[in-house]
Design a protein around this ligand. Structure first.
Ligand code: AVI
Length: 305
C-alpha cells in the first residue's frame, strides 16, 4: 500500500494547473540548497531578520522575558534558536521538526552551548498539531517561528497555524515570528531568481525528490525555473515551466505537459504589517509589538494573547 503522501503528490500532478507542495523541496540536497540560498546576496530575509534580532535583542528580551520554555516548530539546524537563546536564556528549549534524526543532533549541539538549559528534540509537524511532553518545566511558553516561513502557507492555512501556536502559548505565553514585508518588485523577484541560479536549482531539485517518492521519470533538463511577484495576491510564486512538450510517467499513471505549461511549486506571501496583525488577532493574539529594519523590509513580531 502507498503512503498518503504518494496519493497527495499524484493528485497535485494531475490537477490543472499541476502543483507540488513546497514541503517536498527539503530532501537532503534541497536543504543544502536552501542553506545556500540564505547566504545569497539577493536573498535578504535571513540576514535582515538576524540583524533585527541583533539590533533589538535587549528590547526583544525584555518584551518576552527570561526563563521561558522556548518552542520552535521546524527548528532544523537550530541556528536561529541559538541566537535567541543567547538573548533570552530560556529554561527549556523544545525543537520540533519532521526530520527527527537531524533535529536530535542539532538540539544536542544547542544543549552543549547552553548547558543550564533543558534541550529537547521532538519529531512532529505543527500543521498536524504537536503534543508536547508532559514533564516540561512550569514556565510561560514562547513559540518561535522565524524566517517568514508563515508566508509559505496560504492565508487560511496561515491562520490555522497561528491558532495552533496560540494554543501552544496558552494564556501566559507568546509568539515571536518573522514576517517578510512587501517591497519593490525588483528586490522581491531577484531574491527568488538569483543571478547564480541557486534558487533555480532548489526549485528543479524537487523533481528528483518526487521521482524517488513516487517512481516518476521527471527529467530536470525539461524544466525551467520561473519566479515572479503576483501583486494582487501579494505573493512570490515559484513555478516549473516545461521547456517543450513533456510526458511524465509514474507507476499507474502519466501526465502530458504542453510547452510552457507550469507546475506551481511555492507561494511566499508578503504581508503588510497591519494585515498580519489582523491575522494574529483572528488567531487569538490581542497584543503585538514589532521591530523592523531601517528599510522596512522585514519585521520580527512579538504577539501575546
Ligand atoms: C522557507 N521559506 C521562508 C523560503 C521563502 O523565502 O519563502 C523558501 C524559499 N523559496 C525560495 N527561496 C526561499
Amino acid at each position: 500500500m502507498h503512503e498518503p503522501r504518494h496519493a497527495e503528490i499524484i493528485e497535485g500532478l494531475s490537477r490543472t494547473p499541476a502543483r507540488i507542495s513546497p514541503k517536498y523541496f527539503y530532501d537532503e540536497r534541497g536543504s543544502q540548497l536552501f542553506e545556500a540560498i540564505t547566504q545569497l546576496p539577493e536573498y535578504y530575509p535571513t540576514r535582515t531578520e538576524h540583524a533585527i534580532l541583533e539590533q533589538y535583542g535587549p528590547e526583544i528580551a525584555r518584551a518576552v522575558g527570561s526563563g521561558c520554555t522556548l518552542i520552535e516548530p521546524g527548528a532544523g539546524s537550530c541556528a536561529k534558536a541559538a541566537v535567541l537563546c543567547g538573548l533570552i536564556a530560556p529554561r527549556c528549549f523544545v525543537g520540533v521538526d519532521i526530520s527527527a534524526d537531524y533535529l536530535t543532533e542539532s538540539v544536542q549541539r544547542l544543549g552543549a552551548r547552553f548547558p543550564g538549559m533543558d534541550a529537547r528534540a521532538l519529531g512532529g509537524d505543527i500543521t498536524r498539531g504537536i503534543h508536547l511532553p508532559d514533564d516540561l518545566p512550569v514556565a510561560p511558553r514562547l513559540v518561535f517561528y522565524p524566517g517568514s516561513s508563515i508566508g509559505n502557507f496560504d492565508p487560511p492555512s496561515a491562520l490555522a497555524l497561528l491558532r495552533q501556536m496560540r494554543a501552544l502559548a496558552r494564556s501566559d505565553g507568546g509568539l515571536l515570528i518573522g514576517i517578510d514585508l512587501p517591497k519593490e518588485v525588483s528586490v522581491l523577484e531577484a531574491a527568488y531568481d538569483d543571478a547564480q541560479g541557486v534558487t533555480a536549482q532548489f526549485n528543479i531539485n524537487v523533481l528528483a525528490h518526487i521521482n524517488r517518492l513516487i517512481g516518476s521519470d521527471f527529467e530536470a533538463d525539461d524544466w525551467q525555473h520561473r519566479a515572479f511577484f503576483n501583486t494582487e495576491e501579494s505573493r512570490i510564486e515559484m513555478h516549473l515551466e516545461a521547456c517543450a512538450p513533456v510526458q511524465v510517467r509514474w507507476p499507474g499513471g502519466a501526465r502530458t505537459f504542453a510547452a510552457g505549461e507550469r507546475i506551481h511549486t511555492e507561494n511566499s506571501y508578503k504581508y503588510p504589517l497591519d494585515r498580519f496583525c489582523d491575522l494574529l488577532a483572528q488567531a487569538g493574539f490581542s497584543r503585538a509589538r514589532a521591530w523592523q529594519d531601517a528599510r522596512g523590509w522585514f519585521a520580527v513580531v512579538h504577539a501575546q494573547p
